[in-house]
Design a protein around this ligand. Structure first.
Ligand code: ASP
Length: 418
């Protein structure tokens, strides 16, 4: 069996074993799980893997976006790819949220059932203003942006450096070489860390499932299923369709090739931590040129979150139903708009999508405390939506790469050398 197939198979087996182990201990030996198994074995192993991939994220984003932009050569090409990428992100996220609202109305997860809203409490943090959010994209101190892991600011800085390298050409050849070699080093390290992926995924899943309280599921089951249904439809119909029509790639090949990254996203619940793996997988298994992958995927892991938008859409409809509020058409449009913005603003780390949901609820005057109802079962949904989030980025990368083929025949940064 080929290396990457073997890895995919091992990760999937590890996920299933982790799920089983988590369930078994949660039901039969929760105390042993909480006192020994999780703190001494699962948690350390899972965190070891997570930290190892997180270690690579900041340098990888800086290096790969700089190289990606420098490799695009002229600013016109950057503008073209940038416009296509952002256009794709906005359209698919809007489709995702409309779909989620429709599923919410059809399945009515909050219309029946006994939801105890009397103790529901949730303090929403103040969301920053729109202008401040836009201005904050430019780092006043790039080193600070890197040390705090502010992805959008790192991306902006890298785009500027990349542009400068492209314009200065031969004068800065040395720095370009340095970045190219640093990129090789990073990719080698991603490869190395991925060898631990089955063990890491196993520990992370077993730990998350074992800790899960299942009581919430009895009342929240329909909400849970509604989110999963919307996620599944979006992945199969929107991504499968777009990859096949615009990307001219067999959807089966796409999903199969991208499975290692999806499983890592599923076990880590973090688009940002999964980024090194998603890029490597898209370049190696889906044949996306480095210049496209390096630009589209880091940006997508930061701002393109269709899975999160879907959760926010279903959750809004659910909370409206629980509190007996009828949303008007203009309120629904408001939900679409704010959920698109909220998902753009969601950082690619566990659980943030739920916090950003407060912004959507506030926009249409729904009780923010409703979030307390869904918090109990959000961990498992977070895993699933994170896998969807990064699949959207990869679909975009495949499609942009295809559409660029007619423009580029001599892009020196193309091809896969990992
Ligand atoms: N965990 C998600 C991600 O990293 C974000 C969220 O929806 O909470 O993509």
């Amino acid at each position: 069996m080929e290396g990457s197939n073997r890895l995919t198979r091992n990760i999937i087996i590890a996920l299933i074993l982790g799920l089983l182990l988590g369930f078994v201990f949660n039901f039969f030996a929760p105390d042993f799980f909480a006192d020994y198994l999780n703190p001494y074995i699962l948690y350390p192993l899972g965190t070891l893997f997570l930290n190892l991939i997180k270690m690579l994220v900041v340098p990888l984003v800086l290096i790969s976006i700089t190289l990606g932009v420098a490799g695009l050569g002229d600013p016109k090409k950057l503008g073209r790819i940038g416009a296509k990428t952002i256009g794709f992100f906005l359209v698919t996220t809007t489709v995702a949220i409309v779909l989620a609202i429709a599923v919410g109305y059809i399945m009515k997860p909050g219309a029946s059932g006994n939801f105890d809203t009397s103790n529901a409490q949730f303090e929403a943090a103040e969301a920053p203003s729109f202008v401040d959010t836009l201005l904050a994209i430019i780092p006043t101190n790039p080193i600070d942006a890197m040390s705090t892991g502010n992805m959008l600011q790192i991306i902006t800085f890298a785009v500027f450096i990349g542009l400068a390298l492209a314009v200065l050409g031969d004068k800065t050849k040395g720095i370009l070489n340095l970045f190219e070699q640093a990129n090789e080093v990073m990719m080698y390290l991603v490869h190395l860390v991925m060898k631990l992926a089955p063990a890491g995924a196993f520990a992370l899943i077993a730990s998350a499932v074992g800790k899960q309280g299942w009581d919430a599921f009895q009342v929240m089951g329909l909400y849970f299923i509604a989110v999963l249904v919307a996620l599944l439809i979006h992945v199969v119909v929107a991504y499968g369709g777009l990859v096949s029509f615009l990307g001219k790639m067999n959807p089966w090949k796409f999903f199969k090739g991208f499975t290692p990254a999806m499983s890592v996203a599923f076990s880590t619940s973090s688009s940002s931590a999964t980024l090194p793996v998603s890029m490597e997988t898209a370049q190696n298994n889906l044949g996306v040129p480095k210049s496209v992958s390096s630009f589209v995927q880091p940006l997508g892991a930061t701002i393109n979150m269709d899975g999160t938008a879907i959760m926010q859409g279903v959750a809004t409809v659910f909370i409206a139903q629980v509190y007996g509020v009828d949303l008007t058409m203009s309120q629904l449009l408001m939900v679409v708009l704010t959920a698109v913005l909220a998902s753009i603003g969601t950082a690619g780390v566990p659980g943030v999508g739920l916090i950003m949901l407060a912004m959507v609820l506030k926009a249409v005057n729904l009780p923010v405390e409703g979030i307390a109802l869904i918090i109990g079962i959000d961990r498992l949904l977070d895993m699933t939506r994170t896998a969807v989030n990064i699949t959207g980025d990869a679909a975009c990368a495949v499609i942009v790469a295809k559409s660029e083929e007619k423009h580029t025949t001599t892009d020196s940064n193309q091809g896969v050398s990992v």
